[in-house]
Write a protein that binds this ligand. Structure first.
Ligand code: IPE
Ligand code: IPE
Ligand code: MG
Length: 236
């Protein structure tokens, strides 16, 4: 089996984690940010090439303004606490989604972190921020239509289409993990997950540990990935 390169995580369950301890939902998000640090450092140590984390969906704007505001303050909390460590670990920050509509302060913090870490050669820590899978596909289709009509793009095939997606420079997603027992994709990486292995765990994101990540990776290596073909042993 090929080595795992790209893991994507739907970090879910912060609110329920807080509720269980009779705390406001924001406490769950705060704890979730600490987990991002722990899991990112560990994944980098494991030699994972890219870790994509769903931080905020295009649908999350529907939450109460107070919670949205708090979620928008998380980039500042994360990068002001951990940017030094990210640099020391040679981790490269990237982003998919859109900074349009994101408050100016959070936008600047993201763009600064991306700029500061752009020459790092370790794991790509890719945040899906204000990200929606359908919006990404529609945007790709719109841009292709423009390029085709002005002659700068030829006939469309899968490879060409993938080059219009925000993940164009990233390896294929090998493994998708969703925490907190929700069994859906919630508009995450709809095109990219076509052949990813998926692990859904009951653990809430603030409780997710490096051992849990090991367990998910272990499950990945025990799956028979066929991509529509047959395993070697099935060839006779
Ligand atoms: C995930 O936790 C964080 C974001 C969606 C930003 P939730 O806030 O969705 O937590 P639950 O699902 O309500 O427990
Ligand atoms: C998905 O979680 C989005 C992120 C983790 C950022 P949600 O909690 O928003 O998803 P739903 O509402 O349960 O589908
Ligand atoms: Mg949720």
């Amino acid at each position: 089996m090929e080595k795992i390169k790209h893991i994507a995580i739907i970090m879910d369950g912060n609110g329920r984690w807080a509720k269980r301890q009779l705390l406001p939902r924001t406490f769950g998000h705060k704890k979730g940010v600490e987990k991002v640090r722990e899991i990112a450092i560990y994944a980098n140590d494991l030699g994972i090439e890219c870790l994509t984390l769903y931080a905020f969906s295009t649908e999350n704007w529907r939450r109460p303004a107070e919670e949205v505001n708090y979620l928008m303050s998380l980039p500042k909390i994360f990068f002001s606490s951990y940017m030094k460590e990210i640099m020391a670990n040679n981790i490269k920050i990237q982003m998919i989604g859109s900074l349009e509509g994101v408050p100016a302060e959070a936008r600047k913090i993201f763009t600064d972190a991306i700029e500061e870490s752009k020459n790092n050669t370790g794991m790509i820590l890719n945040f899906a921020m204000n990200y929606g899978g359908r919006a990404e596909i529609v945007k790709a289709a719109q841009q292709y239509a423009i390029d085709y009509s002005n002659g700068s793009a030829g006939p469309l095939d899968e490879e060409l289409f993938a080059s219009y997606l925000m993940t164009k420079d990233l390896p294929e997603v090998d493994l998708l993990i969703r925490t907190s027992h929700e069994l859906r994709l919630s508009n995450f990486l709809l095109y990219q997950l076509a052949y990813s292995e998926m692990v859904f765990t009951d653990t809430l994101w603030p409780d997710f540990t490096t051992d849990d990540l090991d367990d998910c990776i272990d499950q990945f290596y025990h799956r028979g990935r066929r991509f529509g073909g047959l395993n070697e042993t099935e060839n006779t």
